[in-house]
Design a protein. Structure first.
Length: 135
């Protein structure tokens, strides 16, 4: 039952993100930029370096945090999910900054920030209302 709920939540969140992107593109007249699926889509070389550094730092930090919380502070394991959320927000903010500052289409940053806010809201709703069941 967990995986069914999880899959349903994921589908709903991605549908909401797609709907919001379409609406914002129409309302704000944002051009659609062609991007490849499952690619990093770096804006420039500096963005690539910062993003790769962030990914390495976040991976190492999350592994260390998970081990420490699992073995020493089992009752604080929820902090791991907040750390994941923090690094996700940081990644989206960096991408939005580079889209705003260094591209020909600065309005794309609006879509990136909107996607980040929807993911944050979805995470908060799932945790607050315990939609995935008891843990």
């Amino acid at each position: 039952m967990f995986w069914f709920r999880f899959g349903l939540i994921i589908v709903c969140v991605f549908a909401l993100i797609s709907l919001l992107k379409v609406l914002l593109r129409k309302l704000l007249k944002i051009e659609k930029v062609k991007r490849e699926f499952f690619s990093y889509n770096y804006i420039n070389e500096l963005h690539r370096k910062i993003d790769k550094s962030l990914r390495v730092i976040s991976t190492v930090s999350l592994i260390i945090l998970y081990i420490v919380l699992l073995f020493y502070y089992e009752n604080l394991i929820y902090l791991f999910f907040f750390a994941i959320l923090f690094f996700t927000i940081l990644d989206y903010m960096i991408t939005a900054f580079f889209e705003w500052k260094y591209t020909l289409y600065p309005k794309q940053s609006i879509l990136t920030i909107t996607e980040m806010l929807v993911l944050i809201a979805a995470t908060i709703i799932v945790v607050q209302f315990n939609l995935l069941g008891p843990y």
